[in-house]
Each structure stands twice: as C-alpha cells, then as structure tokens.
Design a protein. Structure first.
Length: 478
C-alpha cells in the first residue's frame, strides 16, 4: 500500500445542506427546541420572593455571596455535595436514554443540536431550502446585491442569536433586570462583557459553521455510547428486510403484479437529503448519526405518497429485523436489567438528595482548635483552650444563638469581643443568611480535668426556634 506524503492530513469538510421536512419527529424537535430555548433565555427574569433584602431572582448563582438559589432552595458552598448528586443523576440519565433510544439526547436535547437547528431555520428562511442554497453556493463567484443582502441578513441574525445566548448566560450570575440595564448603559463589570463576547463567538462558530463536525469529531459521547449500548436499544434503523432490493416505483409495481418480491425502498435519497450530518442511514449504524429521526419523517412522507406502509426507517434494532425475516412478531424490551439498574440508581440518588434537602439543618457550626499555643495554664492553675467557631445562619432572619460546651468539668465559655447578658452561656446575634466567625475561650480547672485530652462538644441552639447543631473537638492540657 502506498501513501501520498504530500496529501492533506485530514479530509476536507463536505458542506451539508439538510432539506426541510415535516412529520412527527420534526414536530417533536420543534417543540423541544422552543421549550429549551424559552427556559434558557427567559428563566433569569422569573422572580421568587425570598423576603426583605434577599435576591428575588428565581435561579441565581451568586458568586460574591457564595450562594446558589433555585426557587425555594438555597445552597451554600458547604453543600456542594448536592451538585455532585445532580451530576451523578445527569450521567446515569444519559446512560438510561442511550439504553432505551440510542443517542436521543444528541438528536433532541443537546445544546449543539438545539442551536444548530435554530441556525438552520434562519438559513432556510433567508436563503431558501436545500436546492436553493446549493445553487447559490455554486454560483458564489457571481455576487448580486440580492445575494449580498441575504448573506448579511443571515449572518447578522446568527450573530444576534449568538449575542443573546451569551447575554442570557451572564444573567444567571447577577440580578437580570439590573444587569441588562447596566449592560445597555455600559456600566456592567468587564467580566460580563468578556463572557458575552466569548459565548457569542463560540455559539456563532459552533452552530453556524462547525455544526455536524462538533458531533462527529469534537464530542466524546458517540464513542462512549457505543460501549454502553446493547442489542435491545432502539436506534434509528433502516429496515432492510422490507427495503431491499431497492428499485423504482414503476419497476416495483411490475414485480408485484407478477407476484414477485420487491423492496419498498425506491432509492429517492430523501433520507440523505434531510440528514443534518449528511449520512445514508441505509448503510447501517454510523458514528455520525445523532438519532434525530428526521430521516424517518422523510421516508414516511415518500411511503405515503407511493402507497406503501410507513416506518421503513424507524426506531428499531437488528433483533427485530431478524425476527421479521423469520416470520415472528417484533419484540420491544425497554424494561431489562440494564434499564432497571439505571432507573434504580437515579431514584436512589434522587431520594437521598431529597431526604438530605428536607431534613438539612439551617443552623450549622464548625470548630477549629488553635494550634499555637494549643493550651495555656493561667495564674490560678486553670487551663484555657482557644477555638475558632464559625456559625452559619441559613435562615432569612436574624437569630439569637446560645453557645454551650460539654466535656470539660466546670468549664466556662467566653466569646472574645462580645458582651453577653449570660456570661456562663454566651448568646450571640447572627444576622440573616450570614456566617459569623467567633474566637471562643474555654477555661476549666486543672484538678477537675486531669486527663491530657478531653473531647469537647460545642452545642449551638436557636433560642427562639430551638433548632440546634453541634461540633466536636478536644480540650487539652499544656
């Protein structure tokens, strides 16, 4: 075998011109696209009343105050494990979708698919359908004022969509109406303009130019899903048991009139024309196929016109094709060990997260023992240990918190810099939705505490609500 050392390292991209199509799966894609884009673009403007002084945006990632708000849920940095649970659920849900219907995530819900569909819709509206676009690109050397206007309008609309995409993203990190006003008056932070620029550029390039190349070359999921799928997964499949041998409509009618077998496929190439990645599904499973189902709609339209049964292309698998060839009824096994395990993992992780969320304490305490010195002996012989105590008030109002210590015998507690009306049991006011860091001194007589190290438990209690939390450290002797 000889190789051309002077040839290109990669094959040049062949531009894909998907044709418009109507049908069940196209309507599903339109509906999901409208829903996904509607949520993404308008969710930052949804309001949620959390009380006086609290942010009123329903979904907000508040980096300065280190909070994440999702409607009635407020998460602190210490609760990052909830995001871990969400990532686990998202990953396993992706596995479950793959086990049921192949790359249905890629075909219907992936952001690359959603925005590419939107860009294609703009392209068709401005430049026309498949044939018109191909003719115009073929005649690119002869520009006219009309053609120039179409190109400018298309790219301007693409850039507007891309800009809105980047702008919507930054609205999740600050109060949306306020940030919109600051952006319009050029008073927004530099980081906001920077991220809008980055996301505008990436959206424009990925959805406007790279398109199917993102799915084929950049995304790892096509390769991962091949290792996760099994023979029962329903993928977009050409039913060759019905379609072969391919022939024209006229020839097929003649064969059937003589009692001979003729395939339903008439080699119209409509399945290829509508494919957003430009493949021929009749060649079997391929890496580029995103399982969007548009070829099903195109084929069904042709089958209806020629009076043949629909679903020559459909969500199916090779097991059912072999069963039909053997004269048996097709079998669909959505519920099987693989899908049951995935569903169980999703339900279990979701239940754990829900239980943790419903039972979580809105008062928390962390204790850190001073390292140098570890302990101090006072002039009267008593032993003093110092601690840094951090109190977290996760409620939307101020709270009076009492601090108790359990462990050292006859111990007294003093909070440095804070005067309390109850010296033996300090009470501290913690503002709403705030963290308070206190320096706490615990003193105990040496004769009552002869051990070198004694466990000490700090109890904090909301005087009004009775809500409590505790943390453990050690009380040591010098």
């Amino acid at each position: 075998m000889q190789f051309d050392d002077d040839g290109p390292l990669y094959a040049a991209r062949k531009k894909v011109y998907p044709q418009s199509v109507s049908g069940t799966f196209r309507r599903i894609k339109w509906g999901l696209m409208a829903g996904c884009l509607g949520v993404y673009y308008f969710l930052p403007f949804v309001r949620w009343n959390r009380g006086l002084g609290a942010p009123s945006q329903a979904v907000l990632i508040d980096f300065p105050n280190r909070r994440f708000y999702f409607f009635f849920i407020e998460l602190w940095p210490q609760e990052f494990y909830y995001f871990t649970g969400l990532l686990i659920i998202a990953a396993v849900a992706l596995f479950l979708m793959n086990a049921i219907g192949g790359r249905i995530w890629c075909g219907y819900l992936c952001p690359q698919t959603v925005w590419t569909d939107l860009f294609y819709a703009v392209e068709r509206l401005v430049e026309g359908d498949r044939r018109e676009r191909m003719k115009k690109d073929a005649a690119a050397a002869t520009w006219t004022a009309r053609r120039l206007g179409e190109v400018v309008l298309k790219h301007s609309t693409w850039l507007l969509i891309a800009w809105w995409t980047g702008g919507a993203w930054v609205l999740y990190f600050d109060d949306a109406p306020t940030l919109v006003r600051e952006l319009a008056t050029f008073q927004a932070p530099v980081a906001a303009y920077l991220w809008i620029g980055i996301l505008t550029a990436t959206t424009y390039l990925l959805a406007g130019y790279m398109r199917e190349q993102v799915c084929t070359y950049m995304c790892p999921w096509p390769r991962i899903q091949a290792a996760l799928t099994d023979e029962w997964a329903l993928n977009v499949t050409y039913r060759y048991d019905r379609g072969e041998t391919r022939t024209s409509v006229k020839k097929a009618a003649e064969l059937r009139a003589r009692g001979e077998v003729a395939g339903d496929c008439v080699d119209c190439y409509q399945c290829v024309a509508v494919c957003p990645t430009g493949i021929d599904i009749r060649n079997g499973a391929q890496l580029e196929c995103i399982q969007c189902g548009l070829c099903i709609d195109a084929c069904d339209t042709v089958m209806t016109k020629i009076g043949r049964p629909t679903r020559l292309i459909g969500y199916d698998n090779d097991i059912n094709i072999v069963r039909r060839q053997a004269g048996k009824e097709p079998v669909t096994r959505i519920i099987r060990p693989r899908t049951v395990i995935y569903a169980f993992v999703i339900a279990m992780v979701g239940a754990i997260m829900l239980y943790a969320l419903l039972t979580r304490s809105l008062l928390d305490v962390n204790v850190l023992h001073d390292r140098n010195p570890v302990a101090v002996r006072l002039s009267d012989g008593a032993i003093r240990n110092a601690y840094t105590v951090r109190l977290l008030n996760k409620r939307g109002f101020d709270r009076v918190i009492a601090i108790d210590v359990e462990g050292p015998v006859n111990a007294t507690v003093h909070v440095v810099g804070v005067d309390s009306v109850t010296p033996d049991r300090p009470m501290i006011v913690i503002p709403r939705d705030q963290t308070a860091e206190l320096r706490v001194l615990v003193t105990a007589p040496a004769e009552s505490n002869p051990e070198k190290s004694i466990p000490v438990r700090f109890h904090v209690t909301d005087v009004g609500l009775g809500e409590a939390a505790s943390a453990t450290d050690h009380f040591v002797s010098p």
